[in-house]
Design a protein around this ligand. Structure first.
Ligand SMILES: Cc1cn([C@@H]2O[C@H](COP(=O)(O)OP(=O)(O)OP(=O)(O)O)[C@@H](O)[C@H]2O)c(=O)[nH]c1=O
Length: 609
């Protein structure tokens, strides 16, 4: 069966289901998973009020159930299973969390609350990978939750009691079982049916895909947090069976036929037309700016710096370090956990590897400066996207040109942003072509010298001059590795439109040309071409505006940025090639770097006719 490659990843592992729920056992075994069942002894008594949302409570309970089993099994024979799966299903209505009723009266109380209304069913799931490290149990926790909306018909007292007397409600969250007699109470279901029954199989498979086929081995652009499965087998299945995001499609093909019976039951109850597929991707897109803003805020408040130095820390401790409210900090930290930037453990919050490497303000590959620049500058610029669309490029701010050297602060911020970005791509730019025939290079607008360092490192015969505005070069010292530039790198102050260009065999224009309108690009290339000797070269690195709709998604940010910028313009790869050829460069070779984000061109100066 097409799904088996995903489930199959667990077939050679010792898997334990930490649950007494017969429904979970059935759902997972019908999906082809092989596992042992070890019911958890964890008491479901966590303080619900201490969680920011009901799903967080369900996820934590699921995790504690699984951890209890892992710890107990490890203690017993000093060998934990490879994977322990825990789950917890709750029903929420009017802000209340309903678990399993304690008696018939309690079941009546719950069913009365659900009567004639919509409610949510959340299942929190924890997939815990265990191993033994230094004689101790080591666990790696992966958690997620799924929400399904269910609506009950208006039911008479008599029917409610008849249902309660059947005994079915007693071991089920919210006091009903949708898969059996309880299905008759349900008017409609929106979302994953199996999630209501007790285990969100579809989301579980997606998580397995994320865990066992991490981005990098596949096309990164196809992996989206909690939404699209990244493996062909799984994606194909969704297509075949009625559309990836259509929960109903998934149910029909689901294991065992229970689910199918459930949906048919809901239809038979009549009255309500089945709702359209839940547009999860679209909603994620609508909320996309909130995710960016959460990241910006956490960076600005130096959350990732604090957690890089000391971790794990509780929300109150982080709040103390960043001088912010405990409640606000808790929300922000949880948002960062949901975004995959932080991890939450029993001891508190800690950075993910990516956060420590890229979001703390220090470190070789820090993007903190880039994030700050986006928050302070790009954010504001994008609020004017509508104006830019209506009036065309460069119309924003009445054509006001932002000068990066406006103030020391702005210059430094700009340099930090550029430095972070350049460090990430410099090696790729330096090595995309064999540049070993050049013994000197001049990086025009080379800013902090990040690319110059890579060129000097890659080509031991090459001397590199960084040519940039005096205000920029004033600050370069703090960006040099070890505090000082290499012997083969020199910094020369000047304006490439006015001042004499340093002599070099290779001229580099990395992320420069997009910033200028055509007349100034021609002026600059004309000066450069006049200075370049025959056989010399020009290397251009740019984000391009591609005409190819298939590439549009990856170019989206660059294309829109170029639209809202007060100056400059986006160009396609072909336009850059044309520009070089117009200025006497021949044999233009083209390459892509940084996963296609950068377009590189290397041209050779022809002898004048
Ligand atoms: C809404 C609904 C719930 N359930 C069952 O309700 C229990 C929830 O309780 P839990 O605490 O998550 O699990 P448990 O049964 O106590 O088992 P365990 O995992 O060991 O704690 C699980 O059984 C679910 O199937 C159904 O069978 N059908 C439904 O429509």
């Amino acid at each position: 069966m097409a799904l088996s490659p995903v489930i199959g990843k667990l077939l050679h592992k010792r898997v334990v289901l930490a649950s007494a729920s017969p429904r979970r056992r059935e759902i997972l075994s019908q999906a082809g998973l092989r596992f042992e069942v070890v019911p958890s002894r964890f008491k479901e008594t966590l303080d619900k009020a201490s969680f920011p949302a009901p799903y967080a409570y369900a996820m934590e309970t699921a995790k504690q159930k699984a951890l209890e089993v892992a710890a107990r099994m490890y203690q017993k024979d000093l060998r934990a299973p490879d994977v322990v799966i825990g789950a917890d299903t709750i029903v929420t209505v009017g802000g209340l969390i309903l678990e399993k009723p304690v008696d018939k009266q309690d079941a009546y109380r719950m069913l009365s609350m659900l009567n004639g209304k919509e409610h949510s069913v959340f299942t929190g799931v924890a997939i815990i990978h265990c191993c033994s490290k230094g004689g101790q149990l080591d666990t790696d926790v992966c958690q997620f939750h799924e929400e399904t909306t269910v609506r009950f018909s208006r039911l008479s007292e008599e029917l409610l009691w008849e249902y309660i007397d059947s005994g079915e409600p007693m071991d089920k969250a919210g006091g009903y079982g949708i898969q059996a007699l309880g299905g008759m109470l349900v008017e409609y279901v929106r979302g994953d049916f199996l999630n209501v029954v007790g285990f969100p199989l579809n989301h579980f498979c997606k998580k397995l895909v994320e865990l066992y086929y991490p981005p990098g081995r596949h096309d990164v652009r196809r992996v989206k947090h909690d939404s699209i499965p990244a493996v062909d087998t799984f994606e194909d299945l969704s297509d075949v069976e009625g559309g990836g995001s259509d929960p109903a499609g998934g149910i029909e093909g689901g294991p065992g036929g229970q689910a199918a019976a459930g949906t048919r039951g809901a239809e038979a109850n009549g009255a309500v037309e089945s709702p359209p597929p839940f547009p999860a991707d679209l909603l994620e897109l609508i909320d996309g700016f909130k995710a960016s803003k959460a990241l910006f805020t956490a960076c600005k408040l130096k959350v990732f710096d604090v957690l890089k130095d000391e971790a794990p820390l509780k929300a109150a401790e982080v709040a103390g370090r960043i001088d912010a409210s405990v409640c606000g900090t808790g929300r922000l930290l949880d948002a960062c956990v949901a975004l995959g930037l932080l991890e939450k453990t029993d001891g508190g919050y800690r950075n993910t590897e990516v956060a420590s490497r890229h979001l703390a303000s220090d470190g070789e590959y820090s993007l903190h400066g880039l994030v700050t620049r986006h928050d302070d500058h790009a954010w504001e610029l994008f609020t004017r996207l509508e104006v830019a669309v209506r009036q065309g490029p460069n119309a924003v701010a009445g054509g006001k040109v932002e000068d990066p050297a406006q103030s020391q602060q702005t210059t430094l911020q700009f340099m930090r942003a550029m430095h972070g970005l350049s460090k990430l791509t410099a090696r790729r730019v330096a090595t995309a072509f064999d540049l070993s025939r050049f013994t000197s290079a001049c990086d025009l607008g080379g800013c902090t010298g990040a690319l110059a360092h890579e060129l000097a490192h890659e080509y031991p015969r090459m001397r590199v001059t960084v040519f940039d505005l005096p205000d920029v070069l004033e600050h370069v010292a703090c960006f040099q590795p070890g505090g000082r530039p290499s012997e083969r790198i020199s910094f020369v102050p000047g304006d490439f439109f006015k001042d004499s260009l340093p002599e070099a065999e290779l001229y580099v224009l990395s992320r420069i040309l997009h910033d200028w309108p055509d007349d100034q690009v021609h002026a600059l290339l004309g000066r450069l071409s006049g200075r370049c000797k025959p056989g010399g070269g020009v290397l251009v690195a740019e984000e391009t505006v591609d005409e190819d709709p298939a590439a549009a998604r990856s170019n989206l940010a660059a294309a829109l940025s170029l639209l809202v910028r007060p100056r400059g313009r986006g160009r396609s790869g072909a336009e850059y090639r044309d520009l070089l050829e117009q200025h006497g460069f021949r044999d233009v070779r083209v390459a892509a770097a940084a996963g296609g984000a950068l377009h590189l061109l290397l041209g050779t100066r022809a002898s004048p006719p």
